[in-house]
Design a protein around this ligand. Sequence first.
Ligand code: F6P
Length: 324
Amino acid sequence: MKRVGVLTSGGDAPGMNACVRAVVRSAASRKIEVVGIRRGYTGLIGGDMISLGPKRVGHILERGGTFLDSSRCPEMKTPEGLEKAVNMLRSERIEGLITIGGDGTFRAAAALAKMGGVKVVGIPGTIDNDVYGTDYTIGFDTAINTALQSIDKIRDTADSLEMLFFVEVMGRTRGFIALAVGVAGGASEIIIPETETNTLALAQRLQKRFLKRGGQQSALIIVAEGNTPGGAQAIAKMVGEIMKVDYRVVLLGHVQRGGSPTARDRILASKLGIAAVNTLREGKHGCMVGEIGSEIVYTPLEDTWTKVKELDASLLRMPHILTI
Ligand code: F6P
């Protein structure tokens, strides 16, 4: 393999830059040329590309976001878009394509692979951690630490005001972020899409806690954004009305996606970037490289979104054991 392309697609995630750096430098050490495709699949279709050498990726390791830029590209879901992408790869003589992103990125990568002509390898990069075939996705560790910094601050004011605080965190359709920050932030309740939410029972549990502790107390309730239509706002309103108490809602939003990656994300990104290049060199493709335990594992692209990654069920029970 002489020339590979690399792109970042979908929601950016801290550590994507570290991953591109690892791809470029490990490829260079094997005399493989790397083309950076800008703005995800949009840039692939439009031919927006730059040549990437080892120096060009200096001082990006510590930067959040993705210096290649990213996009969500509806055109890649159409046969015309796919054909344009394949033709572009051919005309640019790109033999292998490394795509860094989440399930949307891998769906498009699998469709490209099916059309033939290019060997595709995926790397999981999304703050959501909702990709089957890897313990952690690049960006998750940074996102939960970023969210936690805010949650710790919210607790200060929640305690001082003796008030209920509903904090909504990202995660689209899955509760990985909510579960992690809920346990790490000492939340009383964690509300995630994977389990049914009974607002009456939730209100009763919170009420019981109030009574046990002699009146109004603070409580942190972490809500995954994908839980109900209306998210934390809707749940807070229902619970507030049942309990007849004042409450506040905080939406952490996109702050969770930014910032310099943690050491853990930089290490994972570096490992997976190198692994993706090795995978292509060894002639393997049509798969995602991930890490399970401390082993590099290869998962067929299609499995990454058709198979369901399980949550750590022990974390779910923790708030009820650990909150007094
Ligand atoms: O997939 C990453 C993510 O940050 C989700 O957690 C969130 O639901 C979504 O992206 C937000 O997307 P956008 O930035 O397009 O609003």
